[in-house]
Design a protein. Structure first.
Length: 257
């Protein structure tokens, strides 16, 4: 997919690595996460080559992240969390409560799961109500990144409809996946989401999450964004990777002579 590492010389790989690092949401969403693991995640954000865009953690670790990042001198790194996660329930009251609590703890970005089962069942209105609840709770205080679970929706028409619902609800980002299902980010789904964003003027962002492990993978997604929305669109304000495993390849490229 896209430009593989065999086609890039060291200077080009370094440029790609810097671009990818700046767009990275380092993520830890393990059921066994503890303070030590979350603080270690924060520490990995303090690279000699710059910092990622955000850290994404469960709500109970928001305050720990904010404090550790402050201690590291990285207050610019955003703290994201997940709500309605991972199952995408059809309960707007739950989403409102979870979002308000996350914001109260210091979250700056909310990754909310679309009730994709309702969409599959033909009830787009129910899915929209949940996103409206999250948008209202976020207000202007936090970005709302809507997880569409494109690898489960699979059908192009459903993925496009999910994107339209999220855009109508005021999403700040369209995100492919929770990373908790068998099929997560794919170039095919990314193209659909990027095209939907382009059709609305390119104001909404895009986040590819799950299964992206190498700079070659990242290059393919950047190429899609550059082709559809122009070479200057895919900045951290509009483009993210939810892929902590990318960091190893990024640092190897940047540390290379």
């Amino acid at each position: 997919m896209g430009n593989g590492r065999t086609t890039l010389g060291n200077p080009e790989r370094k440029v790609l690595a810097r671009r990818t690092l700046a767009a990275l949401d380092l993520t830890s969403l393990g059921e066994d996460d503890d303070r030590a693991r979350i603080e270690a995640l924060c520490d990995t954000a303090n690279t000699p080559h710059g910092a990622p865009a955000a850290l994404c953690v469960y709500p109970e670790w928001i305050a720990t992240c904010r404090q550790r990042l402050q201690d590291l001198g990285l207050p610019q790194v955003q703290v994201a969390t997940v709500v309605n996660f991972p199952e995408g329930a059809n309960d707007p009251g739950r989403v409102t409560r979870e979002t308000r609590r996350a914001l109260g703890a210091g979250a700056q970005e909310i990754d909310v799961v679309l009730p994709w089962r309702r969409l599959q069942a033909g009830d787009a209105a129910a899915a929209r109500v949940v996103l409206d609840a999250c948008r209202e709770a976020c207000g202007s205080h936090a970005r709302m990144k809507v997880i569409l679970e494109t690898g489960v929706l699979q059908i192009e028409a459903l993925i496009r409809e999910a994107a339209e619902i999220a855009l109508d609800a005021g999403a700040d980002f369209l995100k492919t996946s929770t990373g908790k299902v068998a099929v997560n980010a794919t170039p095919e789904a990314a193209r659909i989401l990027l095209q939907a964003t382009h059709a609305r003027g390119g104001q909404c962002g895009f986040k590819a999450a799950g299964g992206i492990r190498t700079l070659a993978d990242a290059a393919g997604y950047f190429a899609l964004a550059d082709d559809i929305l122009g070479p200057h669109w895919a900045t951290p304000a509009h483009f993210r990777f939810g892929a902590s495993s990318l960091l190893g390849d990024i640092l190897a490229a940047l540390d290379a002579p």
